[in-house]
Design a protein around this ligand. Structure first.
Ligand code: NAP
Length: 283
């Protein structure tokens, strides 16, 4: 391997230490950052995710509450609970774990979270703030990808960034963040006819597809910076990304591993957003 490793575990550890310090300073001034996590139903993966989020809050010295509800919880009851958390001064961030049961409209749920407590950054208003360049809470996964690129002092100005994937939670906000950093951005998706034509011209590639080997060695130019958001399983059942790490790391200048790249950064940016919301609330 010749590429430098964009180590999300190490960067997370360093950032979480700084976040814990800032949280302690804020707590001394009377505001302890607080995150409320709501889980509806008993999806096993969601249970692991919320547990990890609450654990990370504890380690950073945050106040956190985990509210668990049966899958039969009514939509109106959930919205009422969010309204109550919107009004709770001890809570600065609200996160409703998805997927939600089918009878609950996720758009309505996200729209009910107060924008200044929308620490996932998924609401239409948070998206609008990002689109227009206003300050606000940015979606955690793409925000974490930006921090990984920043961590190697890579100047995105004038660089060609190719984002593969256009989901509202990863691909689109990622493209906007890269654009804000003055990159020239191409967004590819399932209807892009010749993906390799675009990736071969890229200085930076962010892959957020959910299909392994979407990016292989022949598809990239030497020196490319590669951020792999994908989470897939290989034939042996091991976690892997969208990028052929073995091949691409021979020619890239920097690359994220999977696991240990983007994954840990997502929770770190959730903490960062919650701290930011608490600092703003404290004035
Ligand atoms: P998603 O909503 O399913 O979006 C996938 C995107 O990939 C879509 O825009 C789709 O295009 C595009 N796509 C599918 N096949 C393609 C192909 N052959 N060539 C080019 N583009 C293609 O998924 P997501 O939520 O954005 O997540 C993407 C991946 O990141 C998943 O593996 C997910 O598990 C992972 N993820 C990881 C983290 C983390 O913390 N590490 C966080 C979030 C997501 P269309 O729009 O045309 O369908």
């Amino acid at each position: 391997m010749t590429a430098r490793l964009l180590d999300g575990t190490a960067l997370s550890q360093q950032m979480r230490g700084q976040i814990a310090q800032r949280a302690a300073q804020l707590a001394e001034r009377g505001t302890r950052p607080g995150l409320a996590v709501i889980l509806v139903g008993d999806d096993p993966a969601s249970q692991v995710y919320v547990r990890n989020k609450v654990k990370a809050c504890g380690e950073a010295g945050f106040h956190s509450v985990l509210e668990r509800y049966d899958a039969s919880l009514g939509e109106a009851e959930l919205l009422a609970r969010i309204e109550a958390l919107n009004a709770d001064p001890a809570i600065h961030g609200i996160l409703v774990q998805t997927p939600l049961p089918k009878h609950i409209n996720p758009q309505k749920v996200i729209a009910t979270i107060a924008t200044h407590k929308d620490v996932d950054g998924y609401s239409v208003l948070s998206g609008g703030e990002l689109l227009t360049g206003l300050p606000g809470l940015r979606p955690c996964t793409p925000y974490g990808c930006m921090k990984l690129i920043e961590s190697i002092d890579y100047d995105l100005r004038g660089k060609h960034a190719v984002v593969i994937g256009r989901s509202n939670t990863v691909g689109k906000p990622m493209a906007l963040l890269l654009l804000q950093a003055n990159a020239t951005v191409t967004i590819c998706h399932s209807a892009t006819p010749d993906l390799a034509r675009h990736t071969r011209e890229a200085d930076v590639i962010v892959a957020a597809v959910g299909r392994r080997n979407t990016v292989t060695r022949e598809m990239v130019k030497p020196g490319v910076v590669v951020v792999d958001v994908g989470m897939n399983r290989n034939d042996a059942g091991k976690l892997c990304g969208d990028v052929d790490f073995e091949g691409v790391s021979q020619v890239a200048s920097a690359i994220t591993p999977v696991p240990g790249g983007v994954g840990p950064m997502t929770i770190t940016m959730l903490l960062s957003n919650t701290l930011q919301a608490a600092e703003l609330a404290a004035g």
